[in-house]
Design a protein around this ligand. Structure first.
Ligand code: DQA
Length: 147
């Protein structure tokens, strides 16, 4: 079965209890289960990973790139959390592989602090979904698999 990788970065393990006015009340487990359901409608499975460590996220992108080459993985839905605004290393990792990466942000980062307005990920992402709540993950999967 073909798969998609769903990757969440730092602090997204706290979804459901962290700043619910920004991120809502769904937990990461809820988000991952919804992703699994949406992908399964296309006959796809999902592999979900959350890490608070930049290097683990880089390794996940590299692995998705290798699996894309082998025809096993068709894309990555990636919420890089705060690394969005800081990580040249994640930018380089995405640039270094061919797999399409959709950048997702639950909150509207452009309506928040100015340090959240710049993304190192957007220039190397296949697309970005911002401010649509946790529904953004579903929209990203639809985009990747409707093509
Ligand atoms: C976030 C936005 C980031 O600025 C923040 O650091 C996060 C979550 C979002 O999903 O809205 O951790 O990526």
């Amino acid at each position: 079965m073909k798969k998609l990788l769903i990757v969440n970065g730092p602090n997204l393990n706290l979804l459901g209890s962290r700043e619910p006015q920004q991120y809502g009340y769904e937990t990461l487990a809820d988000v991952e289960e919804n992703c699994r359901k949406v992908a399964s409608e296309y006959g796809y499975e999902t592999e979900c990973l959350q890490s608070n460590t930049e290097g683990h996220l880089i390794d996940a992108i590299h692995k998705a790139g290798a699996e894309f080459k082998q025809g096993h993985c068709d894309g990555v839905v990636f919420n890089p959390g705060a690394y969005t605004h800081t990580s040249i290393a994640l930018h380089d990792a995405i640039k270094g592989v061919d797999v399409p990466v959709i950048e997702v942000h639950i909150s509207n980062v452009h309506a928040r602090e100015t340090f959240r307005h710049h993304s190192y990920i957007s220039p190397v992402a296949a697309g970005t979904i911002i401010g649509m709540g946790t529904k953004g993950y579903k929209l990203a999967i639809n985009f990747l698999l409707d093509r």
